[in-house]
Design a protein around this ligand. Sequence first.
Ligand code: CUA
Length: 166
Amino acid sequence: MHFHKYEKIWLIFGSGSLIVFLMVLGFAAFWKGTHPQSHIETIDPQNIEAHEAFQAENLGLHEVEDGKYIVNIVASAFNYDLGKDENGDIVKTIRVPKGSSVLFQITTRDVVHGFQVAGTNVNMMVEPGHISRFETVLKNNGEFTIVCNEYCGIGHHLMFGTVEVY
Ligand code: CUA
């Protein structure tokens, strides 16, 4: 069978880009640990307090056992509610020791938001009616910015927080 020169070039280009694409996907999934969040559990967005994790006093960081944490978050336009500290001040920073395993549980009462902890593999879509969960091990020291990466309205850029790994 005879292939024209241009046909050959296009075949090589096509197969080449497919291989590059699969390598990028494999690198992100297996090396960087980027996976979609769980969407198994549903919740009534009008009544998220019916779920224990999203009651005001349970928001924010909780140590469940040595080195294992849960962070409960409610996203809404245009804020991440991480609860209040013992002085009653609004929490904007989650602080955990290096090497901790952290389960982020998040839901929203209004529109679709994002929950990305820049510089880590935590990157979730937060949809009304669903609980998004993602567990990760924070291996590196530093301050990581939480950002909303789904355009949710006029104050989209005001949605942020910080995860500090010490
Ligand atoms: Cu919330 Cu963009």
